[in-house]
Structures are given as C-alpha cells and as structure tokens.
Ligand binder design. Structure first.
Ligand SMILES: NC(=O)c1ccc[n+]([C@@H]2O[C@H](COP(=O)([O-])OP(=O)(O)OC[C@H]3O[C@@H](n4cnc5c(N)ncnc54)[C@H](O)[C@@H]3O)[C@@H](O)[C@H]2O)c1
Ligand SMILES: [Zn+2]
Length: 370
C-alpha cells in the first residue's frame, strides 16, 4: 500500500427472528415484543388494509403502541418509485424518528417497496415484515432484497436491507384467493426440489390439507420452506455468486413474465413452468431420471399449477419465450444460468443450455397436461 492509500472497512452482520404464528393475537404478542416500545409506522396496500392491517393497527394501539398507518393501491404496477416517494413524503410528515419501526403488512409488492423505503429514510430505519401472502411468507419477506420496479425492468431500483424481524401469521392466508395460494406453493415446491425432500414430501402427502388451509399443515409448510430459504441465503446473503439454487425455474419464469407483461401470469405460475422446463432439460441430458421428472410435474399439476404453456391464462408462443431468453442472455454477457435438478433435493448449475434444448422442453409437455 503506498503512502497515499488508506483502507476503510465497514463490516456489518444482521440477524433477525422469523416468527411463524397461527393467529393474529400471537402475531401481536410478537410485534409488541419486537417493537420494544418504539412507534410503529404501518404500511400496507388498500386490500390488506381492509382485510387485516386496520384491525392489526387498532389492536396494537390498545396495547399501548403508538401507531400510524398508510396504504397504497395493490398490484405490481404500484411497486414503483412514485409509490416510494409518496411513502417517503408520508414518513417525513409523520412523527417517525430514527429508531422507530416501519411495519410492512402485505404481499411481496408491499414488502419489497416498504423495505426499500425503510432503507432510504433517514439513511435506514428498522422495519418489520408481516407477510400476508404465501409467496411473501416463504420468499419475499426473507432475505432483505428490497426494490421497486422501473418502466424498463422489474426490481431495477433497490438494495439489500435486512428486516429487524419477520412475523408470519398463517391466519392471514384464510382470505387469500386460491390462485395466489397456489402461486405461493410453486415457490415452496421449488424449495423442496432444490434442498428438502422432507418439504417436498410434506406437500405431496398433505396437499389437500394445504389447499383447504388447515392451519397446522400450513404452518409446517411455511416453516419448512422458510427454513430452506434462510439456510440457502445465509451462505451468500448479498448474491455475490449468481449460481443460486433458489433460481430454479426462474430463468424461463422471468422470460415468461416478460413476454406476458407481468400481470396475466402470476410469478409462481411462471416459476412452475420454469421448473418443468428445467427438469425436462435435465432429464434429456441424462441428469435426472424420468420418474423424478414425472414426480415433480405431478405435484405441480395436483396443486393445480400450470405445467405447460397451454395451461396458462394467456396464449404464449414458445418461440417468444426463447427470444426473450436470448435478450436476457445478451444482457448477461452471453451466458444464461440454468439450475437443473438432478434428484429430489439436489441441483447442478449449467451455463451451456442451448436454445434448442429449451424449445424442445417447452414443447414437450404442450397439450399433454394442464
Ligand atoms: N424480495 C424478494 O426476495 C422477493 C421474492 C419473491 C417475490 N418478490 C416480489 O413479490 C412480489 C409478488 O408478491 P405477491 O405474490 O405476494 O403479490 P402481491 O403483493 O401483489 O399480492 C397479491 C394480491 O393479494 C392481495 N393480498 C395480499 N394478502 C392478502 C390476504 N391475506 N388476503 C387477501 N388478499 C391479499 C394483495 O392486495 C394483492 O392484490 C413481486 O413484486 C416479486 O418481485 C420478492
Ligand atoms: Zn421467485
């Protein structure tokens, strides 16, 4: 090091509890404890406000917590910089101070947006996630990836900012519509395939109880899936390594969402097709046996997730998906990473999957299944 160079170091380590509780009264106990006397600034969307968050805010107030609340319209279109600015304005006009806590109550849209706002306000105020969709329970609420979308790309503006705590109340899933529940299940099945035969088998054997929203079964499911995510992100919390098993189904999934314009196909539905495609490619390469491929596809189909392009709510041309993947390949310096399952609980990463293999895989199940 020459005489003019100094080294500045900033090391930070974050840890947080993930409480998975059965009902709102248990959630309130956890929140009161984790708020630790601080003011709570609850942010939610309009649907979740009416269903749950308003009642939650009122009950917290009866427990002596100083609470303020705001909401924004639901939907991916509102995971935006303008929503974030509106929330920053709201915080700036409120009594929320550096040590007070922003509480995100909602699905992934609320959680991603609010996390990013919390990271920016006063250079970072603590926030607690209270997820209300299955997708947010097992995925978005964990890991501190916070972002809003830009017209040119999803999640373009964001960062990593870990929550102070996550309070997951299974009871909130009672009001979630079936399609959203199934979309969340796709992410749970993915976690089983990449890292947890136990989780996969739980979904296989308790499928009906899960779809009927039996609280104990849902709690086991959310616990198992959350544990897989926590374990995997701990190894690489800032995604320095792009070869991540958690991306199973997401290469083709993202292309499908791009082609359909982020809306008509839910993220979990796109991921379901992405999983089938990856498993299909793996089987053709001789990496995965046919029996495992069928087992994966069967479970997705049994929970009524689409497993082929014709199973989607909108018509999609396989060639358009391959073309979108070509664009993604270009942006990523010519290489597309595929997570390929090799057995239940095991995957490999491949960066040499050819367009033709993808095309064959997309065509393979077309018409034969939902
Ligand atoms: N940060 C991450 O690591 C991560 C991971 C996965 C997904 N995400 C993000 O999550 C977002 C998708 O999240 P989502 O699937 O939860 O969608 P969402 O937040 O749009 O919620 C789906 C719909 O369900 C409604 N809703 C939420 N909870 C409800 C409840 N309990 N009862 C009735 N209705 C309810 C919402 O108002 C909304 O209309 C995407 O933007 C995605 O990028 C982030
Ligand atoms: Zn996902």
């Amino acid at each position: 090091m020459d005489a003019g160079t100094l080294m500045s170091t900033a090391i930070r380590s974050d840890w947080y509890p993930v409480h998975i509780v059965r009902d709102e009264s248990e959630a309130i106990e956890r929140l009161v404890h984790d708020l630790d006397g601080r003011r709570a600034a609850i942010v939610t969307d309009d649907i979740v406000a009416a269903r749950h968050a308003r009642r939650l805010a009122e009950t917290l107030a009866t427990r002596g917590v100083s609470v303020s609340m705001t909401s924004f319209p639901p939907g991916e279109a509102n995971k935006s910089i303008s929503t974030a600015i509106g929330l920053l304005d709201w915080l700036a006009g409120s009594e929320v101070r550096r040590r007070d806590v922003v509480v995100a109550v909602g699905g992934g849209v609320v959680i991603d947006t609010v996390g990013w706002v919390a990271s920016a306000y006063m250079r970072g105020v603590p926030y607690i996630n209270v997820p209300t969709t299955l997708l947010a329970d097992v995925d978005a609420a964990l890991g501190g990836k916070v972002a809003v979308d830009h017209d040119s790309a999803k999640n373009l503006i964001g960062g990593f900012y870990q929550p102070k705590a996550v309070v997951t109340n299974i009871g909130y899933l009672d009001t979630l519509d079936d399609r959203q529940l199934r979309a969340g299940l796709a992410e749970a099945i993915k976690k089983g395939i990449i890292a947890s035969p136990d989780l996969f088998e739980l979904i296989e054997s308790e499928r009906e109880q899960i779809l009927a929203r039996d609280p104990d079964t849902l709690r086991r499911l959310v616990h198992g899936a959350s544990a897989v995510k926590c374990r995997l992100i701990e190894r690489d919390p800032y995604e320095l390594d792009l070869a991540r098993p958690l991306n199973l189904g997401h290469t083709v999934g993202h292309a499908l969402e791009t082609v359909t314009g982020y809306g008509p196909v839910l993220h979990g539905e796109a991921v379901a097709i992405g999983i089938v495609t990856a498993a299909q490619i793996a089987e053709r390469r001789g990496l995965l046996d046919r029996e495992s491929l069928c087992r994966f596809v069967d479970l997705l189909a049994r929970v009524e997730l689409p497993t082929s392009l014709p199973g989607l709510a909108v018509e999609v041309d396989p060639a358009a998906v391959v073309a979108a993947l070509g664009q993604i390949r270009k942006i990523r310096d010519g290489s597309l990473r595929f997570v390929l399952p090799t057995a239940l609980g095991e995957v490999v990463i491949a960066d040499d999957v050819a367009d033709r293999e993808i095309q064959i895989a997309l065509d393979e199940f077309a018409g034969s299944r939902r």
